[in-house]
Ligand binder design. Structure first.
Ligand code: ADP
Ligand code: ADP
Length: 229
């Protein structure tokens, strides 16, 4: 069943037409890579999926919520639709463990002991056991991004969005982040990933969308075939 559905969605920044009549449906459990040149509108597209950017016209439904309806509570959507950014956006004044525990404590009122257990399990999953008490500034870029991923997962989202998650990393840090993303994909998470990592797009995703000039130009459910030509 579709968990994300765009019907004739348009987005304008002033006069600039960033999304042009986009039709796109993403099913639960799909891992979708979005590729395309800089300025194509990929970041805009993914940011509409959790309401970080509003749409100008058309219909966009995510997890049953109508994102074009001003009455829709975006906080409810963002609980279930996590986002991992290029530049991590960690809380610099909080430890790694606190970064992961904060939102579930404040937003979900999760029991403190359970919250800690979940956070520690996630830090183990992303390879950061032992870094609980470190601050973000003490970590490498790759470690920071893995904290950001653990933080998103702590909310137990239904969908995880990734906006160029490895683009700000030194080359030697990239694979560790991609490995974590692959492990999340293997657990059945619905993922939409804007990326320049063609290895990830080809080997890990179920589907590759080539986006340019505000439009879906190609949509392949067979990434290995897609990258043949
Ligand atoms: P991509 O992620 O594919 O590089 P973006 O979605 O970031 O593309 O940007 C698409 C176009 O929209 C670019 O020309 C960009 O400058 C423009 N744009 C993005 N955000 C804004 C904004 N907040 N205001 C005005 N123009 C924007
Ligand atoms: P990134 O590649 O990290 O997304 P960008 O330079 O594309 O960086 O965008 C950074 C921020 O600036 C985003 O919030 C985007 O919406 C905004 N932005 C991008 N292009 C424009 C623009 N032409 N006018 C106004 N804001 C823009």
């Amino acid at each position: 069943a579709a968990i994300i559905e765009f019907k004739k969605v348009n987005k304008f920044y002033g006069d600039y037409h960033a999304l042009k009549d986009v039709n796109l449906s993403i099913d639960e459990g799909e891992v979708v890579s979005i590729i395309g040149p800089s300025g194509a509108g990929k970041s805009t597209l993914i940011r509409t999926m959790n309401g970080l950017e509003g749409i100008s016209s058309g219909v966009l439904k995510v997890d049953g919520y109508d994102l074009g309806d001003k009455k829709t509570d975006l906080n409810k959507i963002r609980r279930n639709v996590g986002m991992v950014f290029q530049h991590f956006n960690l809380y610099e004044n909080h430890t790694v463990l606190e970064n992961v525990m904060l939102a579930p404590r404040i937003v979900l009122h999760r029991d403190e002991k359970e919250n800690r257990e979940i956070a520690e399990k996630l830090l183990k999953q992303v390879g950061l056991l032992g870094k609980e008490d470190s601050y973000p500034r003490q970590l490498s870029g790759g470690q920071k991004q893995r904290v950001a991923i653990a933080r998103s997962l702590a909310m137990k989202p239904k969908v995880l969005l990734f906006d160029e998650p490895t683009s700000a990393l030194d080359p030697e840090m990239i694979q560790g982040v991609l490995d974590v993303m692959q492990s999340i994909a293997a657990e059945g998470m619905t993922m939409v990933v804007v990326t320049h990592e063609m290895g990830f797009a080809r080997e890990v995703s179920d589907r590759v969308i080539f986006f340019d000039q505000g439009q879906v130009l190609e949509d392949s459910h067979n990434p290995k075939d897609f990258f043949k030509h």
